[in-house]
Design a protein around this ligand. Structure first.
Ligand SMILES: [Zn+2]
Length: 122
């Protein structure tokens, strides 16, 4: 029988280990995608499974390289296409060349810059 506090500590530790493993797997996946795409995709699947099991979110920098539609790793110049669209709401469109799915990433940073500029003008 382990007490609540100890249990909570173990769970925190597991989460810590899980997120470390996710980072390692996704780093490997990114390195291997060119030479061994199948292996890389397996790493991504594993990382996602760990994330779901331990309820750990995939870090943003890696979420951007996983297709929202088919959940496979997508790297510009290899299996996805990125296009920037400017206008009222600037965003980047990432087209996955595996499934054809598109992910939009709004460029909030740019908006922040524009807002800052507007403030200076006024
Ligand atoms: Zn896809």
């Amino acid at each position: 029988m382990i007490g609540y506090r100890r249990h909570a500590a173990i769970r925190r530790n597991n989460k810590q280990i899980a997120s470390e493993r996710i980072s390692i797997l996704l780093t490997l996946a990114r390195e291997k995608i060119k030479e061994e795409p199948n292996l890389a995709q397996r790493y991504v699947k594993l990382a996602r499974e760990i994330g779901m099991h331990y309820k750990v979110r995939i870090p943003l920098e890696y979420r951007r390289i996983i297709c929202r539609n088919c959940k496979q790793i997508i790297i510009p110049g290899i299996n996805c296409r990125t296009r920037t669209r400017t206008g009222r709401e600037s965003h980047v469109v990432i087209t996955c060349l595996i499934c054809g799915g598109q992910t939009r990433i709004p460029l909030k940073e740019r908006k922040a810059v524009d807002n800052a500029k507007a403030k200076i003008k006024n």
